[in-house]
Design a binder for this molecule. Structure first.
Ligand code: PEP
Length: 251
């Protein structure tokens, strides 16, 4: 099955408003030149409104870095799906490793956030990934299976059409150590088989699985050549227009 490539930039807690709008305009130009693939940026919440306005009419996708599970209420510091939709945001990252490991989000919380997105017509990108300790202990596949099973609890096959998965080994995020293309492909194939077991083969074949973890201009082509790698979630290299442009134009 043909899956449309998807290159997403996670800007984390970087860039002031002016810097973010400028970078988004540059990425929108990249996106306009890459009509056969999806290109997304996930800026901080404070830049979302301005970026949606500045790139309106372009094919650049805009996502949030997290999302609340309720649509409104006494949840200090949270941002909900209706608030994001109101700005024109259509996507949200959930379960990023920094949310899990620095802010203590567990699989149950990630699952609630994923439902918050789906119920509010926001398309979630569910991040999963093992730590170095997990990998060295031989627990990579058990950890990933738990993250997927619990992260996708009560998600229907129909809803899976709107879910993207991102495999981001924690030991590769922001460290300069990329998983080899063989390591990444092995995990992506495992995740796709797991989705086939949880849903149906045709649903698993349609889900896009992104790789994240020190993706750079010099490793994107090899990663994208793997049959089960459908795109990339890019951190550091997404903060510079030139490097993200090269990544989005992978061959
Ligand atoms: C990320 O933040 O999702 C990420 C993969 O970061 P980096 O590309 O910097 O490793």
């Amino acid at each position: 099955m043909e899956r449309r490539p998807f290159i997403a930039g996670n800007w984390k807690m970087y860039l002031t408003l002016g810097e973010a709008v400028q970078l988004a305009q540059a990425v929108a130009a990249t996106s306009a030149a890459c009509m056969d693939r999806d290109v997304m940026v996930a800026p901080s919440f404070t830049s979302l409104a301005a970026i949606c306005a500045a790139t309106q009419g372009s094919n650049l996708l805009v996502g949030a870095q997290n999302i609340a599970w309720e649509s409104e209420g006494a949840f200090t510091g949270e941002i909900s799906a209706p608030m994001l939709k109101d700005l024109g945001v259509e996507w949200a990252i959930v379960g990023h490793s920094e949310r899990r490991h620095i802010f203590g989000e567990n699989n149950a919380m990630v699952n609630r956030r994923l439902h918050g997105a789906l119920n509010g017509s926001i398309q979630p990108i569910l991040c999963v990934g093992e730590t170095l300790a997990d990998r060295e202990a031989g627990n990579t596949f058990t950890v990933l299976e738990n993250q997927v099973r619990e992260g996708l609890a009560a998600v229907t096959g129909q809803q899976m059409a709107r879910v993207t998965l991102a495999y981001e080994p924690v030991w590769a995020i922001g460290t300069g150590k990329t998983a080899s293309k063989e390591q990444a492909q092995e995990v992506h194939a495992f995740l796709r088989q797991l989705l086939a077991n949880l849903y149906e083969k045709n649903i698993a074949e349609a889900v896009r699985i992104l790789y994240g973890g020190s993706v750079k201009p010099d490793n994107i082509d090899d990663l994208m050549a793997q049959p089960d790698i459908d795109g990339a979630l890019v951190g550091g290299a997404a903060l510079k227009a030139e490097s993200f442009d090269r990544i989005a134009r992978f061959t």
